[in-house]
Design a protein around this ligand. Sequence first.
Ligand SMILES: Nc1ncnc2c1ncn2[C@@H]1O[C@H](COP(=O)(O)OP(=O)(O)OP(=O)(O)O)[C@@H](O)[C@H]1O
Ligand SMILES: [Mg+2]
Length: 435
Amino acid sequence: MNKSYFEEVIQQTDAYKRYGKIHRVVGLMIESKGPEASIGEVCMIHSPAREQAPMQAEVVGFHNENILLMPYQEVIHISPGSLVEASGGPMKIHVGRGLIGSVLDASGRPLDGSRLPRGLKEYPTIQEPPNPLSRPPVREPIQVGVRAVDSLLSVGKGQRIGIFAGSGVGKSTLMGMIARNSSADLNVIALIGERGREVREFIEHDLKEEGLRRSIVVVATSDQPALMRVKGAYTATAISEYFRDLGYNVNLMMDSVTRFAMAQREIGLATGEPPTTKGYTPSVFALLPKLLERTGSSTHGTITAFYTVLVDGDDLNEPIADTVRGILDGHFVLDRKLAEQGRFPAINILKSISRVMKQMVSEDHARAASQLRSHLATYEENRELIQIGAYKKGSSRDIDESMAYYPRLVEFLKQDVYEPAGYERSVQDLKGLFE
Ligand SMILES: Nc1ncnc2c1ncn2[C@@H]1O[C@H](COP(=O)(O)OP(=O)(O)OP(=O)(O)O)[C@@H](O)[C@H]1O
Ligand SMILES: [Mg+2]
């Protein structure tokens, strides 16, 4: 560190503190006169009771020369005239290898209240996506460890997938399987807007110790302020970006991007944005691509991302589902009918697609996959006829074949939660079905 370094620091240092005063509080929104602060900047609100730690809030807008703040915590111990101090910058988190194996809150601190390990680096949570021209294309498959996915919906390093599903059809179980079985170097798992009870359940039952050992979990439960649920998504994405910069192949799993959108809607409505489709505000549709484009591949490493989207019934045209599907490079649809029949993982192969699979896999692999799809499609189309016995064997060669293959295909697609499945083996087994 030479002299010019210090000179630079001194030049950049804000020599005086900027304060403002609380003017009014309406619902989630805190209005204050001053300080001069820009959008996204973190401010500290000092309570009149000295012993209380200052409360953190973020600038989300302006109104008649007042600044609009949204709190990171529940609003307590503030009163008219409470001092607001500008911190000078947006929220930063601390990242490093020491975080692997830990469970963090939305601001990147350990959820159990313990201290962060030493040797971490300060890192901003909001970043620009990699330049589209410098993004390497997705070319190399990554092992997901789920047979149906590796063989029929092959995922590439740096691909971004939406998992569309209703409640209770196996999203968490599937994410746990991917975290335990995948060949990625690290999993970053963001639990956004889940019920508190589910967090522990996910970590203990789905992820297990073996999964947690190679994961970082970021949690913002449904009872947290909307801003923290949004931040949780940014924090998890930033952690993934940090490791991608180090050359890692990262798996980012976000459950759910719908809850992220709902939290942003809450913020939008509170700051006075007009509701548009289904009450979602314009900023939701502006921020979704910004969030989802940050993952994928860069010149250093890759972030393969899985975003769950909540859908009611089969309605994939709901605005969030529709927007997300348009941005990502593939979608898996989890089907309640399959779950009800106990056919887990309940991935509806015919409705799911991996948009980069063709460019990645060998010709005979692709051929076997399309053979399976066509048998499955033929069977599903004629399922009712077959099941009520109205179909006469011999009337159609296609249907006869699909009927012969069907039980084997169903068996192939089923996978127990703790049944491991390697990529090569799954592809081999797929080809084996038709040999
Ligand atoms: N591969 C599987 N094998 C056997 N059972 C499974 C499998 N996947 C899911 N299940 C069953 O489905 C149930 C629901 O799964 P899970 O909790 O993963 O769903 P979810 O979509 O995360 O639900 P929620 O919407 O409540 O978060 C589980 O309790 C489990 O019994
Ligand atoms: Mg779940």
